[in-house]
Design a protein. Structure first.
Lengths: 115, 111
């Protein structure tokens, strides 16, 4: 079984500042990693994913994340945020050996971008 | 347009009154899943289905039922809803479990 911990429930930041949303996971097997974004009153949409290969993954809207196997982390970053990035962000992990049947989500981080 | 459609989007009901939340996808996905979202807990999987007539329990299946008679539909059934099932529910579909397409959510209140 795997688990995901998002270390910050809320992250306030000023517009055009950089941001990092932290995600740590635990698993006894190899995993796939994801970040999803949920804008107000909407469902979740995929931001980026790590399946294999390069540990630096680029996603939509200028976001990127880096997989660090030794630290079991998959932190999400953006060099300069916009007001429109205000949303809730979820880190998720699925078990490679289980064919990804169970996608486990973290508790979410609410990013609040202030003008 | 590729989409996952849930109905109803909002529902207020009373304890014990059976209800069904429908979910339909038009992407011919084999995998479908239901999640509930509660503050601070993220999303927790209720049930999932790998294909027609193949369903399995997720993390929090108690109090829920599902069926998968057709590939496109995956309804969530609450036989006897209780207040602790007040939540925001999401249906999702995928070709495989990782890259999910979500519906817009169904907010359920059980009084």
């Amino acid at each position: 079984a795997q688990s995901v911990t998002q270390l910050d429930s809320q992250v306030p930041v000023f517009e055009e500042a950089p941001v990092e949303l932290r995600c740590n996971y635990s698993s006894s097997v190899s995993v796939y990693l994801f970040w999803y974004v949920q804008y107000p009153n909407q469902g979740l949409q995929l931001l980026l994913k790590y399946l294999s290969g390069s540990t630096l993954v680029k996603g939509i809207n200028g976001f990127e994340a880096e997989f660090n196997k030794s630290q079991t982390s998959f932190h999400l970053r953006k060099p300069s945020v916009h007001i429109s990035d205000t949303a809730e962000y979820f880190c998720a992990v699925s078990d490679q050996e289980g064919a990804g049947n169970m996608l486990t989500f973290g508790g979410g981080t609410r990013l609040m971008v202030k003008p | 347009e590729a989409q996952v459609t849930q109905n109803p989007r909002y529902l207020i009901t009373v304890t014990g009154k059976k209800l069904t939340v429908t979910c339909s996808q038009n992407m011919n996905h084999e995998y479908m899943s239901w999640y509930r979202q509660d503050p601070g807990l993220g999303l927790r999987q209720i049930y999932y289905s790998m294909n027609v007539e193949v369903t399995d329990k997720g993390d929090v299946p108690e109090g829920y039922k599902v069926s998968r008679k057709e590939k496109r539909n995956f309804p969530l059934i609450l036989e006897s809803p209780s207040p602790n099932q007040t939540s925001l529910y999401f249906c999702a579909s995928s070709l495989w479990a990782g890259e999910l397409f979500f519906g817009e959510g169904s907010r359920l209140t059980v009084l």
